[in-house]
Design a protein around this ligand. Sequence first.
Ligand SMILES: NCCCC[C@H](N)C(=O)NCC(=O)O
Length: 453
Amino acid sequence: MNTLKKALNESAAMRWGVLLLVGFVLSVNYYFYDAFSTLKDLLRAEFDFTNKDYGLFVSFYSVPNTFLLMAVIGGVILDKLGIRRTGFMFVFFMAIGAVLTAYGASDYYGAGGIGYSFMSSFMPNYSPELKMMLLGRFFFGLGAETSIVVISKILVKWFKGKNLALAFGLKVGFGRLGTFAALNISPAVADKGANLTGAIWLAAILVCTGLLAFIVYMLLDAKLDKQLEKDSNETVTSKPFSFRDITGLLGNRAYLYIALLCVTFYSAVFPFLAYAPDFFADKFSLTSVESGKLTSLLPLGTMFFTPLFGWLIDRKGKSATAMIFGASTLLAVHLVFALTYFPPQAPIILLGIAFSLVPAAMWPSMVKLVDDSQIGTAYGLMYSIQNLGLWGFPIIAGSILDATNPGNPEVSDYTATILMFAAVSLLGLIFALLLKFEDKKKGFGVELPLNKK
Ligand SMILES: NCCCC[C@H](N)C(=O)NCC(=O)O
């Protein structure tokens, strides 16, 4: 930099302001993802959604990221086109997807609005409403996952060398804030079905305001680049992308174990969360507002615990042990949910601890396993692998639920479904143990404090 003026990222106020802006984009992303879990019964009543239809809707988020490898490709595009253009494009996709989903659930569309007859013309087993909502969820997912990768890169740009780990922990906290808000606001706005479309439109409008927030961020980003005398194309990697980068990563056993822990652990949490309000409502005879509030204890706890555990792991290390502890707690909680009528508050708090420990330990551990030049590809690949689980398990859960509750009753027995989540958690525990053994054997230093590489 050849100017005496302080660059924007040198100002703490600016850095935390940027975190607030992009944190908001992440919050609305998570809000939309989770806004439907408390509406599951209302979707059944209004649009005749079976459990499998609902599972399909949840899972469509992951279709572009898994089958089109969009999270990996998004990472490569990010390195080529830079933060502003990639971020705008993918947050825009998120907004389009959210609006299409809300449109699919709207009265105007249901009364034969634009696209209704086309959506009625194929696959008659799926309603035109479901098909339009699936299309929306597809675009939303396409934009949402890569926008998380973009936000990670933004944090590195502004916070590298200045509380980066804390910034990452707070970033997860912003995501959980979105989930917490969705679980409380969505059922209240839906008002037992009197305003179902209003609740979905609210979620879509929030995503659109996220796009506005991102545009404001772009102005700051451009100013910072100008100050740092970068060209308008921003930082780009000179190294061309090669598929050998991916095979190389998968050949690293420690990376493979952490990716497999990622897919199994998150598959036993996010798809579970999509069913949790309905599960609690059915098992403990709660209203949708009460079960939404109960489920929201989970993101509420993780909002505070994740930055705290991140801060501890930075200083004390023990990441692999933290992942083992988190995965075993998840397994115990699912067994309690499936097999007992133990009051759910305590297990939910334990689940919150597990759901803070594993993310706080897992994501930063990557710097111990792969070279800095491969971090983007490593995260992108891990997201794509993770999305395979986020795609498959909501459908599997819905299918098990349909099979064990013939006739799509209002109150369902979730025992077999939750036992399936327990089995997935057990796999996660096995991968966490394998990671610890591999780290011990090869000496990556996963157990060491993060600031000592
Ligand atoms: N919004 C729900 C899906 C987010 C998935 C994302 N790839 C992820 O893993 N985020 C990390 C986290 O702990 O939320």
